[in-house]
Design a protein around this ligand. Structure first.
Ligand code: SF4
Length: 80
């Protein structure tokens, strides 16, 4: 059964700071996440700060250093 886009929202918690705002995340086919505040969460009642709103931009691998690089060339960890 194919879920509607509204059913794909998953409740979780923002990991950026100690407030612990409730968020809802929805995965997209391209590997990104849509993020919105959880209106039922007592810490934030659906509101998110700028860091929480940008949470979906942090889940991709684009632009991350995934292997050791020395002088612009990839190498193994012991060499690095
Ligand atoms: S949304 Fe902002 S205030 Fe809420 S937990 Fe995340 S960083 Fe903290």
């Amino acid at each position: 059964m194919i879920k509607s886009s509204e059913e794909k929202w998953v409740k979780t918690t923002c990991a950026y700071c100690g407030v612990g705002c409730g968020i809802e995340a929805r995965p997209n086919a391209n590997g990104t996440l849509d993020i919105r505040g959880d209106v039922e969460h007592p810490a934030n009642r659906g509101k998110l700060c700028s860091k929480g709103m940008a949470l979906g931009e942090t889940v991709g691998y684009q632009g991350r250093l995934l292997e050791p690089v020395v002088n612009g060339k990839t190498c193994d960890w012991p060499s690095a």
